[in-house]
Design a protein around this ligand. Sequence first.
Ligand code: NDP
Length: 301
Amino acid sequence: MSKQVVLLGHPVVHSLSEALQNAAFQAMEVDAVYEPIDTPVIDLPAAVEALRGEAFLGANITLPHKERVVPMVDRLTDEAQATGAVDTITCEGEALVGHNTDVLGFRPALDKLVGKAKMPKTAVVLGAGGGARAAVYAFISAGFHNVIVFNRHLHRGERLVKHFGRSASHMELRAKPWHESVIEAELAKTDILVNASSVGRDPETSPLPAELLPPDLKVIDLHYVPKETRLLKDAKAAGAAETQNGDVMLLNQSAAAFQLWTGQKAPMDTLKKQLDASRDAPELPVEPTDVGDAAETDASA
Ligand code: NDP
């Protein structure tokens, strides 16, 4: 019987991961099926416990469970421990191991954005959810000196900063209120802008007015739909040094999860082709939306 990989989230509609991972299993002749399972909070502990059976290679975890699932696994990788978020589970014998592949996806995206230039030391991050945590952790471990987080609800940005407290003690990591004048002042001083807010899926909507964007910024928008967001278009028009959408992060995050489950290198070409095909599909898969942040942990990294 085929092995199973499940996506546990609430809601899960038609996720892009389902198309990407099933295409990769097929291309590599892995006898496994990836299936999203709508898992309300109350059912999460049982769904995670069920992974201990022979039938599973592992799971992906998505909104709103990434933080909540942390105490339900037996071991955490460094990235999962540091971010306080698990997006992938592997079954190692009877033990469940929690990984954070968003971090593993963001690092190559950052490397590609910077190219051959020296790694910058300053960044502004919009958003304070799971994607933002992955970006902030990647900046901390890459030796950044100054990272400013802007979030619609300031308290969540402050919670992110508190979470990374000790591991960011050598640098300035601060949450600031989402006021355009404050954002503009910080953008004028920074090298990199990351959009890790949910705003961008609508091709006409940007999290920031175009006038706030200075020239020479390097900008990553974590969105991969649309292929070029309003923010990226505006950044280019303002003279951005480099722009990048969420493709590199998504592909590397998916490849990392595939390799963790199967022990094989993921077929990047297949993943890339499937991403383009899914993005062009008339009925684009719908991503889960945030239903609250109550599960976030405050534990220091
Ligand atoms: P979360 O739900 O954890 O966080 C969403 C963030 O967006 C929060 O900071 C939230 O702020 C903010 N936000 C929501 N609505 C608005 C709004 N109207 N104005 C300003 N801010 C808003 O999501 P994730 O961090 O997991 O994902 C964020 C985005 O990044 C998604 O679009 C996702 O697709 C993308 N992503 C892409 C990845 C990739 O591989 N390319 C990987 C991970 C994420 P508040 O706290 O105030 O509600």
